[in-house]
Design a protein around this ligand. Structure first.
Ligand SMILES: [Zn+2]
Length: 243
């Protein structure tokens, strides 16, 4: 095999390694992003719960104030009861007193019911908070893993990039541009082997897209070190002489 195709194959080998590393690093970053979104969802839910409980507590406080007013009124009416002179007055105040007491106990029951609700929501919130802590720890863990992977691959990436620059020097600009365009399109797989599809017949296909190729194409590559592309997928064709 000639030096052009050799350089292209080497470039592809380097590119594939870089693509693989990028994919692994990208995957780790995606895990971090997904975990961040999960944690945020829990935090949003918690914020809604906090706000709901705060409002419920304000309602309970308002009822409490109302209740204290009724209780004060009950005390006043009780004292008043001792000072009345007529039965009619007594009956009127007693009726008022009973009304106040009834209002007070109704409010008290309502406040108790609301406090029980608050308690239940606080318990649910405590569970969310537990969940939040676990998810936050998981996020930290994933971030550390992503950073460790970045650091671990950095020297390898630098080495591959250096080798890529070296291999690129051996190709002319037009071929390099073609390679880079194909590499972007096919995630590093810019080249494809020509495969013989029949052991005794001159039938060939592109290993990249499986479309058939002419014998002329194969024969040309057997004798010349030149760039031929698959008419279907556009990949640069080469003959694998190792197999
Ligand atoms: Zn093809």
């Amino acid at each position: 095999m000639g030096s052009v195709l050799e350089a292209l194959l080497e470039l592809q080998d380097i590119e594939l390694q870089l693509v693989d590393i990028r994919r692994q690093l990208q995957h780790k970053r995606q895990l971090v992003q997904r975990q961040g979104a999960r944690l945020q969802a829990i935090r949003d839910k918690l914020a809604v719960e906090h706000e709901a409980v705060r409002r419920m507590q304000m309602d309970v406080d308002a009822i409490d104030v109302d209740l204290k007013g009724h209780m004060a009124q009950v005390s006043r009416l009780r004292e008043h009861l001792n000072t009345v002179r007529t039965n009619k007055q007594y009956a009127a105040i007693l009726a008022q007193l009973n009304n106040e007491k009834a209002d007070a106990s109704r409010l008290e029951a309502k406040a108790l019911e609301m406090m029980a609700n608050i308690e239940a929501r606080r318990k649910a919130m405590a569970a969310y908070e537990e969940e939040e802590r676990a998810e936050a720890a998981r996020l930290e863990d994933l971030r550390a893993q992503a950073a460790a992977a970045d650091a671990m691959f950095a020297p390898k990436v630098a080495e591959l990039e250096r080798r890529r620059a070296e291999a690129a020097k051996r190709l002319d600009a037009k071929i390099l541009t073609l390679f880079e365009r194909l590499s972007d399109r096919y995630e590093g797989e810019a080249l494809a082997k020509i495969e013989r599809t029949h052991p005794r017949k001159d039938e060939f296909m592109c290993s990249g897209c499986h479309m058939s190729l002419s014998a002329e194409c194969y024969n040309a590559l057997m004798i010349r070190d030149e760039v031929q592309t698959c008419r279907n997928c556009g990949r640069i064709l080469h003959i694998d002489r190792s197999s």
